[in-house]
Each structure stands twice: as C-alpha cells, then as structure tokens.
Design a binder for this molecule. Structure first.
Ligand code: 5CA
Length: 453
C-alpha cells in the first residue's frame, strides 16, 4: 500500500479525553475516530489489526470444531422475555420499537437467540454436541464508557455457544474452549491469565475470565507468577480426560481478580517470591450455565432411551475490539505502538528518503514490487515529505520492520532495516532484506556481523 493513496489521518496533539496509552495511540495513529461516547469508526489501519485478531480467533475456534455463523444485531424483546432476562438486564440494554410498535433490542449478547435457533431445529441426541459461534457487534449502554475501545458501548465480540446432552459433555466443551483461548491469546503475543470468575448477568456456576496484566487495567490481578510463563497448550485434546488434565495445568495455581481475591489463601498457596500482583484487563470470559436458558426456553432433545432432556449449555466471549486496545497497552513505548508480528497491520514500513531523486525512487519502487510479489504487506511511504515526519510516523504506527532507502542505499543496492521493538538496525543487500522481512525480527537482529555494513 502506498501511503500517498492510503487513509491514515494522524493527530499531532494528544487528545485530552484519552487517559490511557492505547486510547491516545489509537487516536493519534489513525486507527479509530470517535462517533459518540463509546462508539467508534474503525479506519483502515485499525480495521486491518482487528481483522487479524479476528482471523486468529476464527482459526482457533474452527480448530476445536466450532462452527461459524452470523446472528443479527437486532433481536425481538419477546425472546428475552422467554428467558426472563428482559427485565433483569436493566439500563445497559438498548431497547427500541420498530414501526409496528414491536419491542426490539440491540443485542448485548446472544444466548437467547442461539437457543431459539437450536431448539427450533434440533430434536435428537444425535444432533449434539455442537459448538456455534459468531463475530458480531454488540451494544451495551455502559454507564461510563471509557478508555476508548476498551470499554465501549458498541464493540465487536466473538461469542460461542455450546450444546451438550449432559454436564460431562458441557464440561468437555468448556475445557476445549478454555484451551483454545490460551492458544489464541498467545498467538497474538499476549500473556493471558485464566482466573476463576463471577458469572454476573450471564449466570451459571462455572466461569473463568482471561486477564492480561497491563498498568491501566480496570481490575486487580493476583496470581502465581508461574502462570505468566506456562507454555500454551500445543494442541487442544479431543478426549475429555486429556482436555481436563491440560486445563488443570493452569487452574492448579492460585489466580483471582479483586472481586474474588482471598488474601489468606493467596499467602498460603503462593510463596512470597512467586506472588504476582498487577492491574489487568479482561479480554475473554467463559461460562458454563447448564440449563439456565435451555429449560425455560424449551431447548430439549430426546436421549437414547427416548426421554426428553434440556440441553447443558455454555457461552464463551472474546472482546475482539477490546483486544486491539489491550495489545497496545501491553506493547508500546514513548514513541508509539509496537505491533506483535501476528497482528501487525503491515509487516514493514518502507520509507523512500528522497522520492525526487530518480535512483532512490527507482530502488524503492523495485523493492516495493518485489515485496508485494512475495506477499509481504508493506506500507510504502512514497510521499514528498521530510525525513523527520516520516520517521515519526513510522515509530507511531508501530510496524515490526522499518526499511529505509535513501540515495546512499540506492546506489549500493541496499536497504537499511530496523526492528521497531529493539531499535536494532542493519544495512543489507536488498535481496537479503527481502528475505529478512518475511519473518519477525529475530532477538539477535543487529548484533550479527555478517552482512552489516
Ligand atoms: N455471553 C457472554 C459470553 S459470549 C458474555 O457476554 N460475556 S462478557 O460479558 O464477559 O463479554 C465477553 C467479552 O466481551 C469480555 O471478556 C470483554 O473482553 C468484551 N467486552 C465486554 N464488555 C465490553 C465493552 N463494554 N467494551 C469492549 N469490550 C467488552
């Protein structure tokens, strides 16, 4: 992508309403613009990141056999009257009437909607277990939307729903989801700690939230430090006992957020040197709630003996739009964002230092064309602009690699490569640079002598 044709409106001033780094950086680097309180437009760069996050979530959901579908944002109030949640949900629910006076609402979550679909179509024990999910906008009229996309009113969520014949089946689904979450967050470059949680308005008796330690987090996290370095599951076992054992590898450690923290248990179970306390942000939340919706809504199947049974269900959310903010909170410096490789909107920012110099421009164009042919996502700063603002923008937008070509590099057929995270740089023949930018900056980049000029 040529920057001269891209839409990347940067802000010079730090917006006064933005109190945390991710909110400031998302506005300054042209990722989002606020429409009204807690409601945002996603500009091309922000959307590209959100789509990469969604793609990782999708891959890991599909891997455990979850099936993607898409349910509407607007739901009939009658559905929520069936479950009894219409009155309970309170002012966070945006209620509307259509032109015929029918009560509708903008969905804050989809348990009722998916339960209705399932009950209207499924009859037999042969039709379960099933895991269904979608990635769809939600609306919650939060009393205090704040911190940009971290606590929005409109936000993008992946929500999955499991349907099983009995509790054992539902627990297996829960465990698979638990492990898929750890894999998903790890792939995004995040350390997410699973914490036993309260179930709130979703209901149920078993629940975990996944919390990323960041200084600006809304809750407090207390856990055993080993949880921060445990390797994620290499795979998600199909077998129920194997999946439960893998979950146990994480849940054996003490972990709680402030709502459930027990200082005495923490002191007893975690040696002082391993006690980790930090602020944290919840990026995912999973629930097992059994028959809470299936019983009142009549979501039943016949078991093998012909007996009618209400299904055992769970729901599993990931805050896709919140993750964009959470990743920035976890990965930035004074100059701007530092995107983890897996979610970077482009892999490399290519800067042409002197577009008016023919040789320089030709070399940049050629490098850009080769990179495109190799399927490397490049944001190519081809503008006639001074070097200072170009570098400033490169740091702000946080692409993992920075490739700079000035007249000197052009004459030598070289590219100066810089790793955004470490600041390490090397000047390489352009062919070598092309190979280098196909993978994330290695830890020892810049310290190798060979090829350095
Ligand atoms: N029905 C269940 C699971 S599908 C549910 O709604 N769970 S939730 O309320 O915990 O939301 C799931 C995830 O959505 C949260 O972990 C969080 O990451 C994200 N989320 C919730 N509220 C907001 C909000 N106001 N702004 C941004 N993300 C949010």
């Amino acid at each position: 992508m040529r920057l001269s044709r891209y839409f990347l409106p940067l802000l010079k001033e730090t917006p006064s309403e933005a109190r945390i780094a991710s909110h400031r950086l998302m506005l300054r680097a042209g990722l989002v613009r606020q429409s009204s309180a807690g409601i945002y437009s996603w500009l091309p760069l922000g959307l590209a990141v959100m789509q990469k996050i969604a793609a990782i979530v999708r891959e890991e959901q599909n891997r455990i056999g979850a099936l993607e579908m898409l349910m509407p944002t607007i739901q009939p109030a009658a559905l929520w009257q069936e479950s009894g949640r219409y009155e309970d949900y309170g002012e966070e629910m945006l209620r509307l009437k259509d032109r015929h006076g029918v009560a509708m609402l903008y969905g804050p979550t989809n348990e009722e909607q998916v339960t209705q679909i399932f009950r209207d179509t499924v009859r037999s024990w042969r039709d379960v277990p099933r895991l269904l999910y979608h990635i769809q906008w939600k609306f919650r009229d939060e009393i205090r939307p704040r911190f940009g996309v971290m606590r929005g009113r409109e936000f993008l969520m992946k929500d999955a729903y499991s349907f099983d014949l009995d509790e054992a089946g539902a627990r297996r689904a829960y465990h698979k989801m638990f492990l898929a979450y750890l894999r998903s967050f790890h792939r995004m470059g995040l350390t997410a700690v699973p914490v036993a949680a309260d179930t709130g308005p979703i209901g149920g008796d078993l629940s975990h939230e996944f919390v990323v330690p960041v200084a600006s987090g809304e809750s407090e996290l207390f856990c055993h430090a080993d949880l921060l370095t445990l390797p994620p599951p290499a795979e998600v076992p199909e077998d129920a006992a194997a999946a439960a054992a893998e979950v146990e590898r994480f849940t054996q450690f003490y972990a709680a957020s402030d709502a459930r923290h027990d200082a005495a248990a923490f002191a007893r179970r975690v040696p002082k040197a391993a006690q980790f306390c930090a602020r944290g942000i919840e990026i995912g939340h999973i629930f097992y709630f059994g028959e809470k919706y299936s019983a009142p809504m009549g979501c039943r199947v016949q078991d093998e003996s012909g007996k009618s049974r209400a299904l055992h269900c769970g729901s599993y959310g990931i805050g896709i739009s919140r993750l964009v903010g959470a990743i920035i909170e976890a990965s930035h410096d004074a100059r701007g964002i530092i995107w983890p490789w897996a979610v970077a909107p482009f892999r490399v920012g290519l800067v042409c230092l002197q577009p008016q110099d023919d040789a320089c421009r030709r070399q940049c164009e050629a490098f850009y064309a080769h990179a495109q042919a190799a399927d490397i996502e490049v944001l190519y700063d081809d503008r006639e602009e001074r070097a200072g603002p170009k570098f400033h923008q490169l740091d702000l937008t946080g692409l993992p690699w920075q490739a700079v070509i000035g007249p000197r590099e052009a004459a030598a057929g070289q590219v100066e490569l810089k790793a955004r995270a470490s600041g390490a740089r090397r000047t390489l023949p352009w062919q070598e640079a092309l190979v280098q930018i196909q993978s994330p900056p290695p830890a020892d980049f810049g310290s190798q002598a060979a090829g350095a000029v």
